[in-house]
Write a protein that binds this ligand. Structure first.
Ligand code: G6P
Length: 606
């Protein structure tokens, strides 16, 4: 998604801006640009495509300005093009923007009537002209305040001015924005990852705030223009590596890192000596919670669905799951004894944040399961359960999915124990199983060659289905999502028992169908559903776990077996071959695996 960088310094800033934009590349974008102030003028370079192209274009000219802003854009208003790329500038002002200005059409009308000429199809350009208009009769701070009051929608902004060669304005409503502090320079960034290579001293703007950055000072203001004092936070020095190592893609690396992901989480939450789970300052007692609602988007939503299964198996709590973009507009019944759990890798997804904000405004108990602990969702939740995965760069989520599931499982298990829904013997048994999970996940990685031979049938297919029941249904959804995202193959995840109510009509000779049937309580039922699709010509790839029992194998096209463990943990092992199926299919088709078309890592617009 879009990304912002701003630097004010005592030396030229363009190469540092380019380096920081490269750090934001993982978010997924379609164009890039940079503007600096030099000799009383705005110096702007933009292009469609990658930061590398921008860097090449800049190398041909001299960009010596000591204050500047940069941007990577993920198109919302107006197609991806050089003209629509940010920054957008007038004679006197240059702006980069993340988010959407909802009343841009009205504002544009007002500005055109005043004689302003627009060059792009973006909503952002109204901001440039509004400030230019207000600067005619107001000082800089009043112009910014007036402009901000006019905007509806969500935004993070970086603004520079022709007549202010040392100054950047940052402003936020809805979209995140961070300020970094350095020696004789200060920084603005849409996420702290992008600033980490320059500084570990960070402050975050709250909703409605704006800031004035100079190379030797930073001031923060609320939406009325009153000064605000800010804490400076020190970011941890861990996880600054964005190196692919020997891997072809970040996704391949992140898939292989999953045994370590599991280990990190287990080390964080399990007391191995006392065989107990430590939820570290969990703020509520068992009588205060009688139900939970899990909320997320995309892959995070699938881990919520998975968690519903575990919460229902392990506890007597009522459990609800919602997609954040639906929840935020629903006429919700807010209940005091409900715990709202927000799941997000980035912690910045706009819809998930809005759902959290809604719960906070209704004084609900809020908890988040995030990877980025400095994120907006983490900061604004009552309680945070980090997944400790390290940076996930590939747009399609892999290790964060396992991390989210693991933290949610550990959480459900601990609640179950606190509430006495599970007895001590079973609790200890499950903890022991958790302790061997990392090794078993590692063995799932060995399915690579089997997956590679299976994916030939998927790459040529018109469409495919992923079927499962119980805990295998969310995994089927996730497997299908991965194949769609990366290999652009139509794939549907479906509850196996529901096929006969419609989708069975889609099955035709040779259609690849993944059937997820571990030896759990649903095994026999799923195998019956598998026979129904085989009878109609489907080419079935069965994913199950090893067992001494005979596996039904007649007419199955291919079978992949993962290790055996506690039923609860089989989804972790089964997810791996599905991630690999999507990866190898995309590789065979020659697609850009870490940056699939039209998608973004961190979706900071509605
Ligand atoms: C985007 C990503 C998905 C991710 C979803 C939610 O769509 O491409 O991989 O699952 O956002 O992101 P979050 O950061 O909230 O987990």
């Amino acid at each position: 998604m879009c990304g912002i960088i701003g630097i004010t310094s005592n030396k030229p800033v363009s190469s540092s801006i380019i380096n920081s934009l490269k750090k934001l590349e993982y978010r997924g974008y379609d164009s890039a640009g940079i503007a600096t102030i030099l000799d009383g003028g705005i110096n702007e370079v933009k292009c469609e495509g990658r930061v590398k192209t921008l860097e090449n274009n800049i190398s041909k000219i001299k960009m010596l300005g000591t204050v500047g802003i940069g941007h990577v854009r993920w198109a919302t208003h107006g197609a991806p093009s050089t003209l629509n790329a940010h920054p957008h500038s007038s004679e006197s002002v240059s702006v980069v923007h993340n988010g959407i200005i909802e009343n841009s059409t009205l504002l544009k009308k007002f500005l055109v009537e005043k004689g302003h000429k627009f060059k792009s199809q973006t909503d952002t350009e109204v901001i440039v002209h509004l400030i230019t208009e207000y600067l005619k009769e107001n000082d800089l701070k009043s112009s910014i305040l007036k402009m901000l009051k006019k905007l509806h929608g969500s935004f993070a902004l970086g603004i520079i001015f022709k007549d202010e060669p040392d100054l950047i304005i940052g402003a936020r409503r809805g979209s995140p924005l961070a300020v970094g502090y350095g020696p004789n320079e200060n920084y603005l960034g849409s996420d702290s990852y992008a600033l980490k290579s320059m500084t570990n001293k960070i402050s975050y703007l709250n909703d409605g705030e704006f800031c004035i950055l100079k190379k030797n000072s930073v001031e923060f203001f609320d939406e009325s223009g009153n000064k605000v004092n800010k804490k400076i936070l020190e970011l941890s020095s861990e996880d600054t590596s964005y190196d692919k190592g020997d891997y072809k893609h970040f996704m391949a690396k992140e898939i292989e890192e999953q045994p370590q992901t599991i280990k990190n989480c287990i080390n964080e939450y399990l007391d191995k000596i006392n065989k107990d789970i430590n939820l570290l300052n969990f703020p509520w007692n068992k009588n205060e919670i009688s139900s939970v609602t899990l909320i997320g988007c995309g892959t995070a939503y699938h881990s919520c669905l998975m968690a519903k299964h575990w919460f229902e198996q392990l506890t007597k709590l009522d459990v609800y799951v919602d997609i954040a973009s639906e929840f935020r507009y629903r006429n919700n019944r807010f209940k005091k004894d409900n715990l709202y759990i927000f799941v997000s890798q980035s912690g910045e997804t706009a819809d998930t944040y809005a759902a959290l904000d809604l719960c906070n405004k209704n004084n609900m108990k809020t908890c988040s399961v995030v990877n980025v602990v400095e994120s907006s969702i983490a900061r604004d939740s009552n309680f945070v359960l980090p997944i400790h995965c390290g940076p996930e760069i590939g747009v399609a989520s892999t290790k964060a999915f396992l991390g989210q599931m693991l933290v949610l499982y550990i959480f459900a298990l601990k609640l179950s124990y606190i509430r006495k829904d599970i007895d001590k013997e079973n609790y200890l048994k499950k903890i022991n199983s958790l302790l061997s999970l990392s090794e078993l996940v590692k063995k799932s990685l060995d399915t690579d060659s089997q997956v590679q031979s299976a994916c030939n049938s998927f790459v040529d297919a018109k469409g495919s289905m992923f079927l499962g029941r119980g805990s295998s249904f969310p995994i089927a959804l996730e497997g299908a999502l991965k194949l769609k995202e990366l290999a652009y193959i139509h794939a549907e995840g479906y509850p196996a028992g529901e096929m006969k109510h419609g989708p069975l009509a889609l099955i035709e000779d040779g259609m690849p169908v993944v059937v997820i049937a571990p030896r759990d309580d649903y095994y026999n039922k799923t195998i019956s559903n598998m026979q129904e699709v085989i009878a109609r010509g489907a080419k079935v790839l069965l994913i199950t776990n090893k067992s001494t029992d005979e596996v039904f194998s007649e007419n199955i096209w291919q079978k992949i077996e993962v290790e055996n463990t506690d039923q609860d943990l089989l989804p972790f092992l089964i997810t791996i071959p599905l991630q690999k199926l999507a990866y190898h299919s995309a590789l065979k088709k020659g697609y850009d695996i870490d940056k699939p078309r039209n998608l973004a890592k961190s979706v900071t617009v509605e």
